[in-house]
Design a protein around this ligand. Structure first.
Ligand code: MG
Length: 254
């Protein structure tokens, strides 16, 4: 009798373990992280931050305002980049798709300036949304996060659906903002397993928002991060349907 009870208990434990192994049904909300909300910080003014600086001598200039010759369509690398260029800035052409650099990079330092539209439309993820995909895979979120609450791991300065920014130093819509990104690519062994994860440090308007943050894998809208082995990759900019602009983009491979 004792044995029967014990094996029944064993079966129960076993079925419990199986229940835990069952894949979790994920919705977009299940990877949203709302609290704590990153506190507001007012960034410094033009003097003393990196806005408007020109590229260092050993940088590859990816966009200086004159044209998109360093870029192609993300959907078809043989097609020209569909963003529009005007007044020294490039702007998302909604629904025409994202763009990516012709060249691919491993470890790098990236400077990029962005601006969300001065005419405020939408809310949450629907306002001034774009993104910078490191190696074409890992999204550093671009969003108008000025008086626009959304989940913390989806606001400007977040590694999308992973790590919220340490603070929120965004400027008002219509103002230029800067990202300075220091990124080391993940390393994989011959079986395709991650041996060293990717790490990223990000300054938003001269304020640290990610400090040696481990990137856990891909940054999907729904689901958990996954890791697939890859080599060098491009910098990609997202078309999320909003008129987000970019300028003064340069990179130094490390
Ligand atoms: Mg985005």
């Amino acid at each position: 009798m004792k044995r029967i009870i014990l094996s029944a208990l064993g079966l129960l434990t076993l079925s419990g373990a199986y229940a835990q192994l069952k894949p979790e049904k994920m919705t977009p909300e299940s990877s949203e992280l709302w609290d704590p909300e990153p506190r507001l910080v007012t960034p410094g003014t033009l003097t003393g931050n990196l806005l408007g600086t020109t590229a260092p001598s050993d940088a590859l200039v990816l966009f200086d305002g004159s044209g998109l010759d360093q870029w192609v369509s993300s959907e078809d690398a043989k097609s020209p980049a569909p963003f529009t260029v005007k007044d020294g800035a490039m702007t998302v052409a909604p629904k025409k798709g994202g763009i990516q650099t012709r060249q691919e990079f491993g470890d790098f330092q990236l400077h990029i300036e962005w601006r969300s539209p001065s005419e405020v439309k939408g809310s949450g993820q629907g306002r001034g949304n774009s993104g910078i995909f490191l190696q074409g895979i890992y999204e550093l979120q671009v969003l108008d996060s000025y008086n626009n609450r959304t989940y913390a791991n989806g606001q400007a300065g977040s590694i999308y659906k992973q790590t919220p920014p340490l603070v929120n130093p965004v400027k008002a819509p219509g103002e230029w903002q800067s990202y300075d990104v220091i990124y080391t690519a993940p390393r994989f062994n011959k079986d395709g397993m991650v041996t060293v994860p990717a790490y990223v440090t990000v300054l938003l308007n001269g304020v640290v928002v990610q400090l040696h943050t481990q990137i856990q894998g891909t940054t999907p809208y729904v689901g958990r991060p996954i890791n697939k082995p890859h080599g060098k990759g491009p910098i990609s900019l997202q078309d999320h349907g909003d008129l987000v602009s970019f300028r003064n983009i340069w990179i130094r491979e490390l």
